[in-house]
Design a protein around this ligand. Structure first.
Ligand SMILES: Nc1nc2c(ncn2[C@@H]2O[C@H](COP(=O)(O)OP(=O)(O)O)[C@@H](O)[C@H]2O)c(=O)[nH]1
Ligand SMILES: [Mg+2]
Length: 427
């Protein structure tokens, strides 16, 4: 899962990226993240509690385990995650973030990083556009001062959102225009079906599916009652098709950043085809740093934190933290983790499942408890999950066993959030 952060310069993309990817857990298992400096891992809490909670409950009820001790640093968790971590059965799973710089007006015509920029976007499963909700920068990202009126900030926010949409539309229209007349004449005999697969073929590089293109095409048709033959479509008509394709392929989720200094009500009239959330990225970064330095204990996503030892803080530290505490409470969190969580689990509709080798103890071959938590599409089938673990496991799939019910399940059995599954395969 790869989520791209886009937006004009100086809105806080890099701040959002640093904050979201700063964690105490190590990322040694993701070597490519150190190769590409703009790629990082954000650890997000699974929505369903880690199944190590079930293990604890069972052992406690059988009298084989004492209740959680007050000084237990893992607050009861019993699993041994290969990546991420688990405290109080709150299991963290990876979501990859890409800080995509270089969006400037004219990118679709090759300005700035041009096509390289657009290709980066195409490789992402979802896009978050970071915007400057405080209106402190112009469209090119030049600072305009901190105290903007609601009207000015609102105007800038609209322009900013419109601008990304326009760049994407122009880019897609450009891809469609190339060889359009010859192309559509070639598929003439196949009618509308041929036309849709021709468009699909042109846009496969963007991760387009035939189904998505069909949906976009239906929406486009319903807006144009009298369409000429495709080879006679004007640039405007093709552009309109591009707009429908873009809204289908690229829902844009908006991180309305700098919310701490944004005028009240600035987001009231803003609309998007994705999610919109107020964000305070630099506060999230400050909180995670304070937490890394053991000054506070802060769980990303929450609207409060605890002091580790208030008396040990310097006066400026105490002031800064108490100021943040107030803002954090009134805004109900910084929004950073919450937005990624929403995009990953609600918008992309993913779940977390736990493949194991031993269906009784929920361990792998080395006896590690629940070592793997995989982020997969909701309703994934048992055999498809086997392929995610290892291609041999998929090829040799015989049956699965549900770790909770101990029922045997077939290749097409659909998994739900928090499932534990043992896979039997021919070796
Ligand atoms: N007030 C405020 N400033 C922020 C916030 N997030 C980032 N900034 C500031 O915005 C400026 C640009 O941030 P940066 O992350 O470099 O933006 P990028 O060019 O989009 O990567 C920096 O001075 C940040 O400190 C925020 O939530 N609130
Ligand atoms: Mg940057």
């Amino acid at each position: 899962m790869r989520v791209g952060l886009v937006g004009k310069p100086n809105v806080g993309k890099s701040t959002f990226f640093s904050a979201a990817t700063l964690a105490k857990v190590d990322i040694a298992n993701y070597p490519f993240c150190t190769i590409e400096p703009n790629v990082g891992v954000a650890f997000i809490a699974a929505r369903v509690q880690c199944p190590c909670k079930d293990i604890r409950q069972r052992l406690e009820s059988e009298g084989r385990l004492q209740p959680v001790a007050d000084d237990d640093v893992r607050k009861g968790s019993l699993c041994e995650p290969r990546t991420g971590s688990c405290v109080a059965h709150r299991r963290l799973v990876p979501c990859f973030l890409v800080d995509i710089a270089g969006l400037v007006p004219g990118a679709s015509e090759g300005r700035g990083r041009g096509n390289a920029f657009l290709a980066d976007l195409a490789n992402c499963d979802a896009l978050i556009q970071v915007i400057d909700a405080a209106g402190t920068t112009d469209l090119e990202g030049n600072p305009q001062g901190a105290n903007q009126s609601k009207e000015v900030a609102q105007q800038r926010v609209f322009e900013e959102i419109e601008f990304l949409g326009n760049e994407l539309d122009a880019w897609i229209a450009g891809l469609l225009n190339e060889g359009w007349i010859r192309g559509v004449r070639r598929v003439q005999a196949e009618g509308e079906k041929g036309l849709v697969s021709f468009i699909h073929e042109r846009l496969t590089g963007l991760g387009a599916t035939n189904q998505a293109i069909s949906l976009a095409f239906e929406a486009f048709k319903s807006q144009h009652s009298e369409l000429a033959s495709p080879w006679d479509w004007t640039a405007d008509v093709i552009h309109s098709l591009a707009v429908h394709v873009r809204t289908e392929l690229f829902p844009i989720h908006i991180a309305a950043n700098k919310f701490d200094i944004a005028p009240k009500g600035v987001l009231d009239a803003v609309t998007t085809n994705g999610r919109l959330m107020p964000i305070m990225a630099d506060m999230e970064l400050a909180l995670r740093r304070a937490s890394s330095a053991d000054l506070i204990s802060y769980v990303p996503g929450e609207s409060t934190f605890e002091y580790v030892d208030k008396k040990a803080l310097s006066e400026p530290q105490r002031k800064a933290l108490s100021h943040m505490e107030e803002r954090l409470m009134s805004a109900k969190g910084t929004g950073v983790s919450t937005l990624i969580d929403t995009v990953l689990f609600d918008e992309l509709d993913h779940i977390v499942v736990y493949p194991v080798q031993d269906e009784s103890h929920w361990t792998d071959g080395d006896g590690k408890v629940l070592p793997d938590a995989l982020v997969v599409p909701a309703g994934i089938q048992a055999k498809a999950l086997a392929y995610k673990v290892h291609s041999d496991l998929g090829d040799g799939f015989i049956r699965g066993v549900d770790g909770r019910t101990r029922r045997v399940v077939g290749a097409e059995h659909e998994l739900t959030d928090g499932d534990v599954l043992k896979i039997h395969a021919k070796s």
